[in-house]
Design a protein around this ligand. Structure first.
Ligand SMILES: O=C(O)CCC(=O)C(=O)O
Ligand SMILES: [Fe+2]
Length: 453
């Protein structure tokens, strides 16, 4: 699992399990032992990564490339490097470099290509060609030099018909030439102009979001705003008197508070363990329903307080420090979230912004507050970014972050727009407790955690 913390290692492992094993199984060398190999493959098949997993991992690498402004050539040589104004800086220095092969880069380029994403396709295919050439290696899985040739021409941005003369009956070559002609037609629009990154326009706040992610957690507010502070917080509760919680006020508008050492390592491990078997691809509100979406990539599971005493204990502690009723249905069950390779949650609101939202199914009003516990650390990336409030919070292991989503009048606070930045290196786990409007006496809204307006 530690090796999987590196997205390059995770990608190459998934690729190996998905496709390279197949190459072995169906190779000529395997003919003699074919039956044994194939049946063992069939047995393992359900457990093996599927094509969608491989594509997801490739897209994850491209996402990291974009958000952290990483160079493709750096990634291929196992480095997480950014170049700003011609000056290269290491965003993260892995202790052990995982190199990508020409074939690995080709696959990323192909995934992009198939999604008509020529911006990434060209970069990764070019890197693939560079590696094939530099390494002086043959195109082994396909056993044909033609693809390499096609890629070679791709870098010169002109597919030559001469390729067809090698073997005009070779359907594979024909298909490649046709594909790359299409690629070039779209990649180099007449009149020039660089390729645009796909999807870079759909998110209005992308610029701010990525800037906040790149700083990997920064709280410039502390220096600018003397009203921000740290203290030991008891919330006037006898239960907290003996062990006050170290509270750090990160922002006043919106009010965002970090509670340090909110959970112990043992509790975090316990919660992760309980969630493990229930983890499924996370969904988001889509009209009245819920659906998977590219803007939220993670797995999650819901834990009832009855699942284990550790969950019940956390519920009680959340209630103690927030002064809010978090019992279902006034609080939702604990949502445990695990972000894998390039996992993220792009800018969003936790509260419902439409009356038909599934959030209202509990009939306890909207999500008035969010209480999120960081159950793990990460080595790089994965900060929680507050877009309009213009700050990001690094993953602080064992800490919990709290904010109000709604104004006092029940209207959504737009300033809470926030995101989970893509995880660059590591395995990020959080647990969300969403607290609803009803069932609260709002004692706290007058004192300790009082929101603005
Ligand atoms: O993972 C994070 O840092 C943020 C997660 C989040 O916003 C959510 O799950 O709603
Ligand atoms: Fe959120």
């Amino acid at each position: 699992a530690a090796a999987m913390a590196n997205p390059l290692a995770a990608f190459t492992l998934i690729k190996r399990l998905h496709s390279e094993w197949l190459n072995v199984v169906f190779s000529n060398e395997a003919l003699e032992n074919a039956q044994a190999l194939r049946s063992s493959y069939e047995e393992e098949r359900a457990e093996l990564p599927r094509l969608a997993d491989l594509q997801g991992a490739a897209r994850g690498l491209m996402r990291l490339q974009d958000v952290y402004a990483l160079q493709v050539s750096g990634l291929a040589s196992g480095r997480f490097r950014r170049v700003t104004d011609g000056v290269p800086t290491d965003v993260y220095l892995p202790s052990k470099a995982v190199l990508l092969s020409g074939d690995d880069c080709f696959l990323v380029g192909k995934v992009a290509y198939e999604q008509q994403d020529y911006y990434h396709s060209v970069q990764w295919l070019e890197e693939s060609v560079r590696l094939f050439r530099g390494a002086g290696r043959r195109w082994s899985p396909e056993n044909e030099g033609t693809l390499e040739d096609a890629l070679d021409h791709l870098t010169r941005r002109s597919v030559s018909q001469e390729l067809l003369h090698h073997d005009p009956t070779n359907g594979r070559v024909l298909k490649n030439v046709e594909e790359y002609e299409n690629l070039l037609a779209s990649a180099a629009p007449p009149g020039g102009g660089g390729l645009r990154r796909p999807g870079s326009t759909h998110l209005r706040t992308r610029g701010t979001y990525e800037r906040l992610c790149r700083t990997q957690g920064s709280q410039p507010m502390h220096f600018r705003n003397p009203r921000l502070y740290c203290d030991f917080f008891t919330n006037g509760r006898p239960a907290l008197l003996l062990r006050p919680v170290r509270r750090e006020v990160l922002s006043l508008r919106p009010l965002v508070v970090l509670f340090h050492d909110f959970v112990t390592d043992a509790e975090a491990e316990g919660v992760k363990g309980l969630a493990q078997s229930g983890l499924r691809r996370s969904v988001v509100a889509a009209g009245e329903k819920q659906a998977a979406a590219d803007y939220r990539i993670s797995k999650s599971a819901w834990l009832k307080d009855s699942a284990h005493s550790v969950v019940e204990k956390l519920d009680q502690r959340i209630s103690l420090v927030t002064g809010l009723n978090v019992k279902h249905p006034y609080g939702e069950y604990l949502q445990v979230v695990n972000y894998g390779i390039g996992g993220h949650y792009e800018p969003h609101f936790d509260h419902a912004t439409s009356p038909s939202s599934p959030v209202f199914r509990l009939k306890t009003g909207n999500r008035v507050a969010t209480f999120m516990i960081y159950l793990s650390s990460v080595e790089a990336g994965g900060s929680t970014a507050f877009i309009y409030a213009n700050f990001s919070v690094p993953v602080v292991e064992r800490a919990a972050i709290f904010w109000w989503n709604l104004h006092r009048n029940g209207e959504g606070d737009e300033d809470t727009l926030h995101a989970g930045c893509p995880v660059l290196i590591g395995d990020k786990w959080v647990a969300n407790k969403w607290i609803h409007e009803f069932g609260q006496e709002f004692g706290e809204r007058r004192c300790g955690l009082s929101p603005v307006e």
